[in-house]
Design a protein around this ligand. Structure first.
Ligand code: ZN
Length: 239
């Protein structure tokens, strides 16, 4: 079986067990949701991907740039404090949890990886670190639902720093009488720009699925809701 990937939503791959404000398919244990519901939602996700619970690895994400390798000796009950997982082991699924940040999945013939990219991770170089670990073979890269470059308003100072780093910035069109025009940071396009510039191997395909979490109610958005759940991007190493 080829390696594959999947992005969850509030209602996919199955309508989950979580109640508002985490409804329905919250996959995060750290946001205040009932743990039994999260465990059931994670089990349903593993089942939908034809994985056993112990084959699906989650992270305790800290907005950094550490990437940990998972192998056949790894234990999915161990808490991996990092923002990226990578594996060469068939039958392993790697999950990244998000609600506005970008879930980024890499698929090569022998290696797959999942990373969490918000503005801190972007500045901290997690995309470059992942690319450095994927230098041995062509790969495809998939970015799931994330806040878009028009909705992600940031402080002018952050936008200036981002521009200086070569990231994609702009001006929001959300302005109204009581909402001044603000600077924006485009995380998905910044990621794609880094990949285009810095990948040393062939990129077979690099794409964002175009779904903005802030605009689409079927996805959790921290900026829109504050107290909310997390969806996942999952990459599964084929066997
Ligand atoms: Zn948007």
């Amino acid at each position: 079986m080829e390696s594959s990937f999947f992005f969850t939503s509030r209602t996919s791959p199955a309508s989950g067990r979580s109640s508002p404000p985490y409804d329905q398919n919250n996959l995060a244990t750290h946001v205040g949701d009932d743990l039994d519901c999260v465990v059931a939602n994670r089990a349903a996700l593993a089942g939908a991907l034809a994985l056993k619970k112990e084959q699906l690895f989650f992270m305790n994400q800290v907005h950094g740039s550490t990437i940990i390798e998972i192998d056949s000796t790894s234990d999915s009950d161990v808490i991996h404090e990092c923002d990226g997982l990578i594996t060469k082991t068939p039958g392993v699924g790697l999950a990244v949890l998000v609600a506005d940040c970008a879930p980024v999945l890499f698929i090569g013939a022998t290696t797959v990886a999942a990373i969490h990219v918000g503005w801190r991770g972007l500045f901290d170089g997690i995309v470059e670190k992942a690319l450095a670990l994927m230098t041995h073979e062509p790969f495809a890269l998939h970015i799931g639902a994330t806040i878009c470059g028009n909705c992600y308003e940031v402080a002018d100072e952050l936008a200036e720093r981002a521009h200086a780093r070569g990231f994609v910035v702009g001006r929001s069109t959300l302005a109204s009488d009581n909402h001044p025009e603000r600077s924006t940071l485009d995380i998905p396009q910044s990621i794609l720009g880094i990949v285009k510039k810095q990948s040393v191997v062939e990129v077979l395909n690099a794409e964002w699925n175009g779904i903005c979490t802030y605009e689409n109610q079927d996805y959790y958005s921290f900026r829109r809701e504050r107290i909310t759940g997390r969806q996942a991007g999952v990459v599964v190493h084929g066997s």
